[in-house]
Design a protein around this ligand. Structure first.
Ligand code: UT7
Length: 336
């Protein structure tokens, strides 16, 4: 049984005490894609900023990537599996519908005291999970929470559709959250959704609404479908809007930010968001050139890279901002 620490105590600050990430070994370049669909490096690089992405091995499941990222985060935080009270895993590519991928990760990392569940918020999942975790810690329900953003998008990409297959990659990122006396941490978070726009970015088949059968298999409904241009517009608008709201909640200006870590979908989206927030690109974390869009993992991998490369110093203000299918979006201001 997981201990419940709940009590009528004052709210607590929540710090990220460790980060980790993992990307598969196999690199797929734009030149590789030229051999698969009618596209070229110039189009992909100039329209998206992506040059290569990582692709998981056939026998490498979402839980395998998640466990590796989690172990790296635990090492960074200096904690053991037994110290973890809760695992929240964000993905749209679970190993199975049941059990949750979080439960599979629990076994792989030896966190047998933890309660475990998955959440589904597409590319926004990692920040949604951070917000859920911080609510549990603030309320004294749990002390130490592992949050994972992970996706094996290669398993739901239509490799014949040039509109989507050039955009995505596989990977995992993780963070350990814990209350730290006198520590810095998550200052404010805003989450938003608009289900009216659900059809702009979806996997139409394979769920209960449209199971894949022998009769409909040829329609290839179990792959990502996206209206790119419309998604692009909503991404920019909602990322800017939620970032402004969360900065306002935190009582900060964009000039106070040492680092902005956005969802890694398209360099043109990132540039438009940075420009509208009046943040110079040098202060924005970009790694989509190497990893493409890894959905729930993207901002988590970028956070880990920013942490390990010393882009954030203790006390710095950092903005994380994401957007994805649902549609969903979220922004968080963290004091590092
Ligand atoms: O992670 C969740 C959030 N996701 C996003 O935010 C993604 C948002 N959308 C985008 O990033 C962009 O819309 C894309 C990168 C997907 C597409 O860029 P775009 O500048 O919006 O291009 P488009 O869809 O308007 O297509 C322009 C042209 C079309 O040809 P026509 O109709 O003008 O003749 C496409 O058929 O580019 C063509 N095209 C391609 N050409 C070469 C589309 N994909 C490719 C390709 N290679 N891979």
């Amino acid at each position: 049984m997981t201990p419940q620490i709940k009590a009528n105590l004052p709210k607590r600050t929540v710090s990220i005490i460790g980060t980790g990430s993992y990307v598969p070994e196999k690199v797929m370049t734009n030149a590789d894609l030229e051999k698969m669909v009618e596209t070229n490096d110039e189009w992909i690089a100039s329209r998206t900023g992506i040059r290569e992405r990582r692709i998981a091995a056939k026998d490498e499941a979402t839980s395998d990537m998640a466990a590796k990222a989690a172990l790296a985060a635990m090492e960074d935080a200096g904690i053991k599996g037994e110290e973890i009270d809760l695992i929240i895993l964000a993905t749209i590519t679970p190993d199975h519908f049941m059990p949750s991928t979080a439960c599979l990760v629990q076994t792989k990392i030896g966190a047998m005291r933890a309660a475990c569940f998955d959440i589904s918020a597409a590319c926004s999942g990692f920040l949604y999970a951070i917000e859920i975790a911080q609510q549990f810690i603030t309320s004294h329900t749990y002390n130490t929470i592992l949050v994972i953003g992970v996706d094996k998008l290669s398993s739901i990409v239509n490799w014949k559709d040039r509109n989507t297959c050039v955009l995505f990659g596989d990977g995992a990122g993780a963070a350990i959250l814990r209350h730290r006396a006198h520590g810095h941490g998550v200052i404010a978070t805003r989450m938003g959704s608009n289900g009216n726009l659900a059809d702009l970015l979806s996997v139409p088949g394979g769920g209960s609404a449209c199971p894949i059968t022998a009769e409909n298999a040829h329609l290839e409904l179990n792959y990502i479908k996206m209206e790119g241009r419309e998604t692009f517009k909503h991404a920019v608008t909602n990322m800017v809007e939620s970032a402004k709201q969360v900065l306002d909640d935190a009582g900060l200006k964009s000039s106070d930010l040492a680092c902005v870590i956005p969802h890694q979908a398209n360099l043109r989206i990132i540039s438009a968001v940075a420009e509208r927030l009046d943040v110079p690109l040098e202060r924005v974390m970009v790694n989509l050139d190497r990893f493409g869009n890894t959905s729930a993992a993207a901002v988590a991998i970028a956070l880990d890279e920013a942490n390990r490369t010393g882009r954030m110093k203790v006390g710095d203000y950092v903005l994380l901002v994401v957007f994805g299918g649902g549609m969903t979006w979220a922004s968080s201001v963290i004091q590092w």
